[in-house]
Design a protein around this ligand. Structure first.
Ligand SMILES: Nc1ncnc2c1ncn2[C@@H]1O[C@H](COP(=O)(O)OP(=O)(O)OP(=O)(O)O)[C@@H](O)[C@H]1O
Ligand SMILES: [Mg+2]
Length: 271
């Protein structure tokens, strides 16, 4: 049986475009006829909101599944359609919860206590996320996972169970160690828990038409083999779309600003 390809969007740096990338990649894959599940693993719930999931429509969240409170985990999935833009197309969202961070912290504490021979059996983040993805993987072509900016147990668990790591990166932020850290995390996960994980690529987000200094260009040299040949431009369209609960690529599929996400989706489909 075919199983979904699991794409984990991750980088520790806040505001680099993880959520926007996860939401628009999921939307672009939907437009291309694929069965898609977006999993929101960030307690901020930004992906859940950006998909326009109505709070009222949320009965269960990923947190309930991890805490063993969902009897039928598939009940937690919310189907989203944007019929004014994409008729007869939809994708599924597994929403987040603001207290997911507590669950994550609780998992870390329980694991530490269990290692000291204290406390109950720990809820293992690795096993919980792997188990969750196993349940869903036969129902979709792609599972796109949005992660939190802190590289906590849930992000590591998603990478441990994933196929591809996708790194959104805001060009011009060269002086931070976001990419260094992302590659370090990748190598650790690959070595310790998931030899099959690959870095699918680095996506430059929120780009302007500015020229970069020689130092900036040189500092990217070591990553050049991983950088996609397309970049996402900085456009207010993305803020508008995120605030209006529709992926920009679904609302404006022919706009030049959203083409990079269509190309990204095609890259996944073709290779
Ligand atoms: N291409 C773009 N053009 C303009 N604004 C953008 C673009 N991509 C993302 N943004 C905006 O930048 C902000 C941060 O983006 P986003 O939420 O996707 O980043 P993030 O990495 O998920 O952040 P966090 O680390 O907090 O989860 C948001 O306000 C979003 O609307
Ligand atoms: Mg985010």
């Amino acid at each position: 049986m075919a199983v979904a390809r699991k794409i984990v969007v991750a980088i520790r740096k806040g505001g680099s475009g993880k959520t926007t990338t996860a939401v628009n990649l999921a939307g672009a894959l939907m437009l291309l006829g694929k069965r898609v599940l977006l999993v929101d693993l960030d307690s901020q719930g930004n992906a859940t909101r950006a998909m326009g999931v109505d709070r009222e429509a949320i009965t269960l969240t990923v947190r309930d599944i991890l805490a063993g409170r969902a009897i039928n985990v598939k009940d937690a999935v919310v189907s989203k359609a944007w019929n004014q833009y994409a008729q007869d197309q939809s994708l599924d969202v597994l929403p987040s919860h603001e207290k997911l961070g507590n669950t994550e912290m609780g998992m870390a504490v329980q694991t530490a206590l269990a290692q000291l021979g204290m406390g109950d059996d720990p809820v293992d983040a690795m096993q919980s996320i792997a188990g969750l993805l196993k349940i869903f993987e036969t129902s979709y072509d792609y599972i796109v996972i949005d992660t939190a900016p802190n590289p906590g147990p849930l992000t590591l668990a998603a990478l441990s169970a994933g196929d591809d790591m996708l790194i959104p990166y805001e060009l011009g932020a060269f002086n931070d160690d976001g990419l260094v850290h992302a590659f370090k995390t990748f190598r650790e996960v690959q070595l310790n828990s998931n030899p099959n994980l690959t870095i699918h690529g680095i996506l430059f987000t929120k780009t302007d038409n500015t020229l970069f200094s020689k130092e900036e260009v040189d500092s990217m040299d070591q990553y050049s083999g991983h950088i996609y040949p397309f970049r996402v431009p900085r456009r207010t369209l993305y803020n508008w779309a995120n605030n209006n609960g529709v992926p920009a690529v679904v609302a404006r599929p022919s706009d030049e600003a959203t083409q990079p996400y269509m190309q990204l989706a095609e890259t996944f489909i073709n290779g």
